[in-house]
Design a protein around this ligand. Sequence first.
Ligand SMILES: [Zn+2]
Length: 256
Amino acid sequence: MNAWWRRWRTARTLERRPIPEPLWQLTLARYPFLAARSAPKLAQLREMATLFLAQKEFTGVRGLEVSDEMAVAIAAQACLPALELGLEWFDGFVGIVVHEDVVVARREVEDDDGIVHEYDEELSGEAMSGGPVMLAWRDVDDAGESAAAGYNVVVHEFAHVIDMRRGITAGIDTVDPESERGLWLHALADEYEVFAARVDADEETFLDPYAAEALEEFFAVSAEAFFVAPDDFEREEPQTYRLLREFFKQDPARQT
Ligand SMILES: [Zn+2]
């Protein structure tokens, strides 16, 4: 898109459809990890969330009405990881599908003997490459309280969107290990290996053990803790904290 046009459209959106002040203040009150940011960063987040709302389509499932309050809550948390990267990282999709509660998905897994086992997985969110982002409102709603445990479903799914957009963690086998990106990614993979070994050894971890599932989950789960419980996360995973600070160009433990 032409840059001039884009800037013009951006200015018009901010002028015509800003997030109303009471609604923004309510969002900050409900999600203290957002409110902890400096005034200039909050203004930047509000602008990005306004543009996000203008560009994305929210759909409630089974009669769920997505209110302004819900949409702003989702937009503000979704924009948090993209704040210094730019909204264009979210260009690859439009739809956000909101369920009232977690979604039960039937999964199949084949064991070493070729026997297929079926099981149910409870999903509080899901991000697909180029597809819509699914969120369970119950977990989004709880995000103010669950932040202390480093949990945030919106940040998790949008970290996946950012990761998938550039094939970041998926590039582990193809990236030049001596390139800047390769060095960064291999350093992250090293931290992942250490973490997965701790989980295997049944060690207590601050980070959700789900992060041991795969490198992309380690990235997404770490991003949650990085943004909503940065002090605890940095204490336990100082190297991963440093890598995410470099990647997201933010330093949430210092509220800059
Ligand atoms: Zn995930």
